[in-house]
Write a protein that binds this ligand. Sequence first.
Ligand code: PEP
Length: 252
Amino acid sequence: MRKKIVAGNWKMNKTLEAGVQLATEVVNIAESELNNGATVVLCTPAIHLSAVAGVLKSGKKVSLGAQNIYQKESGAFTGEISAEMVKSVGAGYVILGHSERREYFSETNAQLAEKVNLALKYNLTPIFCCGETLAQREAGIHIDFVKSQLSESLFHLSPEDYAKVVIAYEPIWAIGTGVTATSQQAQDMHKELRTHLASKYGKVGENTSILYGGSAKPSNAKELFSQPDIDGGLIGGASLVARDFIDIAKAF
Ligand code: PEP
């Protein structure tokens, strides 16, 4: 089923104390104001997950997610964090393949396929990111490029496993830049991706939740979310302010 989801990506921001404070504010506002059935997720730095899990227990409307997992199950991978560990601290979601990880940590579609497998094995919902550079869009290859990101990391999945995946389309040129894709640009890509997913998975593919990410904020969320193929947002900067984040979640 196409769920309405707003997920916040805190990236590498906030001390533990500030993160707990932000999560507390988000829960308090969500509990008193959010009544539209939207699923709200906070994807915190890994080191904050346990503490934020404790905060989220005081309400029912906000879920917890990580920003990454490693592509191996366990072992001698100093500094890395496994899907099982993330699950064990109470998270239900994990962002995979964010463009910053693809760019700064050279994550490939093949590695991401392994991460998707492990996330699903440990009952984490992958929020699988895809998106093109401005150069790719200007060259007219953006649609094929983004489709290939999905095929190469997801199309090995059984329909049952695939059904648990959430997609986030994030044009790289719109992330953290203040430049939002127009609602029409976002809608056009989401429609292409939904058709692509349906060509592989039929009804299951058609029913994928596809989120938009890239400088979404309270002032543009309503228009973005009113597009027929946009099911919510992955929110960076605006998720660091509780009021703005929940106002985005209220925009459906
Ligand atoms: C993101 O990094 O996932 C993102 C969408 O960031 P921002 O909202 O700040 O553009």
